[in-house]
Ligand binder design. Sequence first.
Ligand SMILES: [Zn+2]
Length: 92
Amino acid sequence: MPPKNTPRKVSAIAKCQICRRAVAEWTWQPFGPSDDFTCAFTALGSHYRGFPAVKTCENCRQQIKTERVIFTYRHNGYVTNPATGAIEEAPF
Ligand SMILES: [Zn+2]
């Protein structure tokens, strides 16, 4: 018999899709509808439908606001550039 105080099912906890380690806390929508990817975050589950959504942890959210961050979406690599507000295809 399993112990009574079993933790939540692991499958129910979403992992960050950028660092792939931490628990995801945000949905990031780098390709819209917002023009500014550095603030395109919503609570998990309440993102805008019809736009790509990437789950991120709080740490990666802070990095996206200030640093270049590499992420993949549908097997394509991208790198953010907060200085220009652009998202470029990653060179790999
Ligand atoms: Zn992360």
